[in-house]
Design a protein around this ligand. Structure first.
Ligand SMILES: Cc1cc2nc3c(=O)[nH]c(=O)nc-3n(C[C@H](O)[C@H](O)[C@H](O)COP(=O)(O)OP(=O)(O)OC[C@H]3O[C@@H](n4cnc5c(N)ncnc54)[C@H](O)[C@@H]3O)c2cc1C
Ligand SMILES: NC(=O)c1ccc[n+]([C@@H]2O[C@H](COP(=O)([O-])OP(=O)(O)OC[C@H]3O[C@@H](n4cnc5c(N)ncnc54)[C@H](O)[C@@H]3O)[C@@H](O)[C@H]2O)c1
Length: 498
């Protein structure tokens, strides 16, 4: 079997690379060791965790509690079955769409475990024990990652689990310890907390989500503490013991955290250990990751590319897809799409966090004079209608150029709202875009306008009222056209008229 382009792994990155190469007329094969295509994203990562989140928010009536009170529930007793049924339906849909996409684009798929025989030949071990040898002109390694499972953690698939096993949940625990306050830990901790599970988060560092603007993290933590989540910051899990069948995390310093279930989410490792990379002249780092040229995604063997989580940061499905597309363009000798300057980061915790561009700490380090504008989502009419109590949108602008430098949002709809800021940022827009343009009303997007007005108020010296002008009788004053760039003459927190 001989192909122009062979992709190992059918996650977001491999899928996008394969389809792109096929659109350029190349013969393409995707090798996937899993039972079904889709990768971590579809089966154990992005889609399942976001579906679980949506199910929890719907069944608990979370979004309605601002109006009907903390005791409001759409379904009083939510069991594991309730959470899992929507998950299975969503995954079916995703896999079907993907199978169809591959078939439409004439991408061949081979199920089996791939390993290199040499830089151009791959052996695939099929389920039945047979093997196939594939010859490839170009290869894309898109094998992704798997959860880190240190030997001293007694994983048992039921009470001590990793983020893959959590999706096999048989019973909703009453209490949960989450080890690791990375993105995965934070998302699951807050989703289970929204389900009224008592959650304790353990993290060895003093701060978490340190790539997020600190003002947002403070607001976020305030909301989590308010609903009773426990934090053990600066604490490392030394070992885990069992008492009456329940896991007890023993922290350095001697503190103990007991719960019905423990989720270990302290990072992931590249899935390169079975690839026999040395046969291709490659090697991985101590976390199983490959190094690439960041512009073309070529490894040190020029016809072998690596894309997606296996190359490390930022380990996002969204970015993995783009990396796959760029690699395929390069492999097919096509012009490379320009890399966007800024990409958004969305954390689907409850509440959501999303951010694009520089945070305040980063701007400060550049020495650029800047000003911030803040809007609270509850200040918008849409927020009143939805019964929102929390959430804020913060924008940072350069004082000299008025350019937008960063957008940071915590609260309902943050992961969607951020794209307005992303467009303005990548197109080099300024504060004036938000001031001069009209936004739909009532929307949460109106928060952009409010935050921009807030920044404008801080950036513009306040004019003192001049000597009193005698009133002119109505109808006698000449009316002047108002240029759109004229600054608004109202305070940011003044109510908009409907
Ligand atoms: C719990 C969780 C939540 C997440 N949420 C988000 C989110 O909300 N937004 C976001 O953007 N990102 C999210 N991510 C990250 C996202 O899932 C990854 O960035 C994305 O899946 C990476 O895609 P990939 O193509 O690199 O590899 P993967 O999706 O990891 O796919 C790799 C595929 O390669 C296959 N494979 C591995 N080795 C071999 C081999 N030797 N032979 C054949 N096949 C092989 C695997 O079976 C797998 O199917 C989340 C991740 C996790 C774990
Ligand atoms: N919404 C999203 O975009 C999304 C969601 C989930 C995951 N992801 C991606 O998946 C990747 C992996 O996420 P992750 O959360 O597993 O990894 P991570 O590396 O982001 O976080 C791991 C956390 O565990 C902590 N930790 C390490 N050792 C520990 C120990 N012994 N005890 C307690 N805590 C310990 C670390 O300090 C860190 O805070 C991320 O890079 C992220 O980009 C993205």
């Amino acid at each position: 079997m001989r192909y122009d382009f062979v992709v190992i792994g059918s996650g977001p990155s491999g899928r996008r690379a394969a389809v792109q190469a096929s659109k350029f007329g190349r013969s393409v094969l995707v090798i996937e060791k899993g039972r079904r295509v889709g990768g971590v994203s579809v089966h154990t990562g992005t889609i399942p965790s976001k579906t679980l989140r949506e199910t929890v928010l719907n069944l608990t009536g979370w979004r309605e509690r601002g109006f009907y009170g903390l005791g409001y529930r759409v379904k009083p007793d939510i069991g594991a079955g309730d959470l899992m049924s929507r998950l299975h339906k969503t995954l079916e849909h995703e896999v079907e769409t993907l199978d169809h996409q591959f078939a439409r684009n004439r991408v061949h798929v081979l199920r089996g475990l791939a390993r290199f025989l040499d830089p151009n030949r791959i052996e695939v071990q099929l389920e039945a024990g047979e093997t196939r040898i594939i010859e490839a002109s170009r290869i894309c390694v898109a094998v992704g990652t798997r959860p880190l499972r240190p030997a001293h953690i007694p994983f048992n698939g039921e009470t001590v689990v990793d983020s893959d096993e959590l999706l096999e949940l048989k019973k909703v625990p009453r209490s949960l310890t989450v080890v690791g306050a990375g993105v995965i830990g934070m998302e699951y901790a807050t989703i289970f907390s929204a389900l009224d599970v008592r959650v304790t988060l353990v993290e060895p560092r003093e701060r978490f989500l340190d790539f997020i603007d600190q003002e947002l993290v403070d607001d976020f933590v305030h909301q989590l503490r308010d609903r009773g989540m426990g934090f053990r910051m600066g604490s490392k899990v030394e070992n885990i013991q069992f008492e009456n069948g329940q896991p007890v995390a023993i922290l350095d310093g001697g503190r103990r955290v007991r719960s019905e279930m423990l989720l270990f989410a302290a990072g992931r490792v590249g899935a390169t250990d079975t690839l026999d990379l040395q046969h291709a002249g490659l090697s991985a780092d101590d976390r199983g990751r490959l190094t690439v040229n960041p512009s073309t995604f070529q490894t040190k063997i020029p016809h072998i590319y690596a894309t997606g989580d296996v190359i490390g940061f930022p380990s996002l499905a969204s970015m993995s897809m783009e990396q796959g597309r760029v690699a395929a363009c390069h492999a097919c000798e096509q012009p490379l799409p320009a890399a966007p300057t800024f990409f958004p980061y969305g954390i689907y915790s409850v509440p959501e966090i999303s951010t694009v561009g520089m945070n305040e700490e980063e701007v400060r380090k550049t020495g650029t004079p800047y000003e911030c504008g803040i809007a609270r989502l509850r200040e918008t009419s849409r927020g009143h209608i939805m019964g929102l109590n929390g959430g804020l949108l913060k924008m940072i602008f350069s004082i000299e150029t008025r350019r937008l430098l960063g957008v940071h949002i915590v609260g309902e709809g943050a992961t969607e709202l951020v794209h307005i800021g992303q467009a303005v940022l990548n197109l080099g827009g300024t504060l004036d875009y938000f001031i001069d343009n009209t936004f739909n009303y009532p929307t949460l997007a109106e928060a952009y306008k409010i935050a921009a007005l807030d920044a404008w108020n801080r950036m513009t010296p306040r004019r003192e009222p001049e000597a009193e002008v005698p009133a002119v009788p109505l109808g006698t004053a000449p009316s002047l056209p108002i240029p759109p760039s004229i600054a608004p003459l109202r305070d940011a927190d003044e109510d908009e008229e409907g």
